[in-house]
Ligand binder design. Structure first.
Ligand code: DSN
Length: 418
């Protein structure tokens, strides 16, 4: 039974080496993928705790396994912290991630074949809001709204007209590549008028909502889904917040409807992250994320980059590189070599294919967690410009040397390099 007490480095040097290498990569890189972040050491410690050993199907005081003396208070604590942080009436902290959380919304409220309305994936929406390759677009009837070609923004008159014409049973707001405020009140009014349920997927902006740097959907939506690992800076996972009358249906949809045992180690880490997000420092962080994104967007535009919608209200920037004559994938791969990590992304009305699109998507949650500010955003925009203007190995190597000098001045949270 030697393996039981051996540290990872002794029991599995191959995996240990990959963990060390990933720590080094995350520390040395300017990470701009807007859905990623750095968790604290406390969140990492909780997610690597013995709660990973436990099964606890059910909910507090109503479990199907014994030994819940610590899981029950843990899950209740996470629920209380979630409700307090977001001003919600009920929280379910068991969804494994965002897609299962969203699927639970369908299961709670709809019959197969029902009409659902959401922002189309190529316009900045999410797969699970009814896109055709997703189960939500195959088992339900999708109605998709977009953004205006001239403004890059959602037009609420178009959304209203489409909703009145199609009368979906569920309306989604929320997306993965939309950089503007959502008019949650207008969506709620439209859903009410047609007798639809209104769901908000706030995965990308949850941390901004928690830190009051973005309007909250809680009072407007029947149910709010979120992941917990993006701007919220928690472990990988999902969460549903809803009004009390929907609590039983949502809980039943998550378990036993969709999932088995919750991942209690993630619940522990989520409880820690929710407590961190309730601190005054997190409010400062959320505002810095937005301030940094605005500076980065403005600096890119000053260098001739076409930022979709002409800027950002949140943590995210979508850039159409068509005028630079460099495809998104070429730019993203050259930037990765230069130590600047982002993702290639479709832009609204893209004429290129999703696997080789015209744009890049970037954001400021991770660099803001490192304490970077305006000066660094200006520097990052200049680096992006240099690499996109000349996406070759020589330019990437020169920029990488400068990137390393800056990343070493801003240690990555949660990572103790050995
Ligand atoms: N993969 C997430 C993102 O990057 O936005 C969405 O599910």
């Amino acid at each position: 039974m030697k393996f039981v007490d051996e540290p990872l480095s002794a029991s599995d040097p191959k995996v240990a080496a990959l963990v060390r290498a990933e720590e080094r990569r995350q520390a040395d890189t300017i990470r701009l993928i807007p859905s990623e972040n750095y968790v604290s050491r406390a969140v990492l410690e909780a997610s690597g705790s013995v709660f990973t050993n436990k099964y606890s199907e059910g909910y507090a005081q109503k479990r199907y396994y014994e030994g819940q003396q610590n899981v029950d208070p843990l899950e209740s604590l996470a629920q209380e912290r979630a409700c307090a942080l977001f001003g919600a009436e009920h929280a379910n902290v068991q969804p494994y991630s965002g897609s299962p959380a969203n699927l639970a919304v369908y299961f709670a409220f709809l019959q197969p074949g029902a009409k659902v309305m959401g922002l189309a994936l190529p316009m900045g929406g999410h797969l699970t809001h009814g896109w055709n390759v997703s189960i939500t677009g195959k088992y339900f009837q999708p109605v998709q709204y977009g953004v205006r070609k001239d403004t890059g923004r959602i037009d609420m008159d178009e959304v209203r007209d489409l909703a009145r014409r199609e009368r979906p049973a569920l309306v989604w707001a929320g997306g993965t590549a939309y950089s503007r405020f959502w008019d949650f009140a207008a969506f709620a009014e439209i859903a009410k008028e047609i007798g639809a349920r209104f769901a908000v997927d706030m995965a990308h902006i949850a941390g901004l909502v928690a830190g009051q740097a973005h309007p909250s959907p809680i009072l407007h939506a029947d149910v709010v889904s979120t992941t917990t690992h993006k701007t919220l800076r928690g472990p990988r996972g999902g969460m549903l917040l809803c009004k009390q009358p929907y609590a039983a249906a949502i809980d039943k949809a998550v378990f036993p409807g969709l999932q088995g045992g919750p991942h209690d180690h993630n619940t522990a880490a989520l409880a820690v992250a929710l407590n961190e997000a309730a601190q005054p420092a997190f409010k400062e962080y959320a505002h810095q994320v937005v301030a940094n994104a605005k500076v980065l967007a403005a600096e890119l535009m000053a260098r001739g980059f076409h930022v979709v919608s002409g800027g950002t209200d949140n943590h995210l920037i979508l850039v159409d590189l068509t005028n630079k004559a460099v495809p998104g994938k070429v730019a993203a791969k050259a930037l990765d070599k230069a130590g600047i990590e982002l993702n290639y992304n479709s832009v609204p009305y893209d004429t290129r294919k999703p696997f080789d699109p015209s744009g890049i998507r970037l954001g400021t949650p991770s660099v803001s967690s490192r304490g970077m500010g305006e000066a660094e955003m200006k520097q990052i925009a200049a680096w992006i410009d240099r690499v996109v203007s000349k996406p070759d190995d020589d330019t990437a190597a020169k920029v990488l040397a400068e990137v390393l000098e800056v990343t070493r001045r801003f240690p990555a949270p949660g990572i103790l390099l050995k």
